[in-house]
Design a protein around this ligand. Structure first.
Ligand code: DGY
Length: 320
């Protein structure tokens, strides 16, 4: 008998067909509406495998309802939406999709950095709103990217890919990470610094660390106060790493110059969120990995992880 799996969102037909070769597939049929929790709670009771997205909270109470679940395959590199400890205790394999999204996420991070520094979104609205009356010397002036210091918090795969891009713009790259990355230091000429030094010296601070209990509110009032008043904060990791209240105050009072945010504590970010009222913030709807090729690759990797786990083979990317 084929194992039964549940896919929490409508995904590409070809991928579904591939899964159907080895599994009985049940799928939430919507593309833009997440599966309601009550539906997920019912499904999880009998399935062998779960193919989920970062929008689903796979917590203790959900996992405790599962009787046959062998694998949770998350179509994301981040897995902060999953209670790893409970999965471990229940002998459930958890997998993710690193690697395939590295370059695409680094591209978006650099694009967001540039858009924020050079005020691209403001400039576009300025023109469309009919405010462009003439060319003037200090109109829509931003911050230079070339020659600036980029501080990367979290030197994993995406951090390295970002450093590589920054070098093409003649940036000076410093980084902070739990452990030194000597190979990357040699390869890209980047410098390890402590957190305070990174915050004090950087013109751009990019947050690329995983979201864990330790990195919750990693950037808060104190950290923001150490940054230059011309500095720009970019977050393409997870919203919970930056304290949004503290960030709002720092941006409003111009204690830092601007921020580019692809992620938020609550997603979708509520439209009355104060941060959305600020002109010096560029906001995106969590699209770091959103290229057609990469999203299909992520679905493919999540599928391989799922199938291998159900066949008792070792999947390529195991979290636990
Ligand atoms: C991830 O994979 O964790 C990103 O946030 C979405 O691609």
């Amino acid at each position: 008998m084929k194992p039964t799996i549940f896919i929490t969102r409508k995904i590409d037909d070809q991928i579904v067909e591939k899964i159907k070769e080895t599994c009985e597939v049940d799928m939430w049929p919507e593309e833009e509406i997440p599966v309601p929790r009550s539906v997920l709670e019912e499904k999880v009771k009998y399935i062998d495998g779960l193919f989920c997205l970062l929008t689903e909270t796979i917590d203790k109470s959900l996992l405790e309802k599962a009787e046959n679940l062998k694998v949770v395959s998350n179509m994301a590199v981040g897995y902060n939406n999953i209670d790893i400890q409970t999965a471990k205790e229940k002998g459930i394999t958890v997998t993710n999709t690193p690697g395939v999204l590295t370059q695409t996420t680094a591209d978006l991070t650099f694009a967001l950095l540039m858009a924020t520094a050079r005020r691209l979104v403001e400039g576009s609205s300025y023109l469309r709103d009919g405010e462009w009356k003439t060319w003037s010397p200090m109109q829509l002036t931003g911050q230079d990217i070339h020659g600036a210091t980029l501080g990367i918090i979290g030197m994993g795969r995406i951090g390295e890919a970002l450093a590589k891009r920054a070098l093409g713009f003649d940036m000076n790259v410093i980084y902070h990470n739990r452990s030194r990355k000597t190979e990357a230091e040699e390869k890209y000429g980047i410098t390890y610094v402590n957190m305070d030094q990174l915050l004090k010296e950087s013109d751009f601070v990019c947050v690329l660390t995983p979201y864990t209990k330790e990195t919750h509110d990693l950037i808060s009032e104190k950290e923001l106060s150490l940054m230059k008043d011309t500095a720009i904060l970019i977050n393409t990791a997870r919203g919970g790493i930056v304290n949004e209240e503290a960030l709002y105050k720092a941006l409003k009072d111009r204690r830092i110059w601007a921020a580019g945010l692809d992620v938020f504590q609550e997603e979708p970010v509520p439209l009355d969120h104060p941060i959305l009222s600020l002109p010096n913030v560029v906001t995106l709807p969590h699209i770091g990995s959103a290229s057609i090729k990469t999203r299909l690759k992520m679905a493919d990797v999540a599928t391989d992880n799922l199938i291998k786990s159900l066949k008792n083979e070792t999947p390529k990317y195991v979290v636990i």
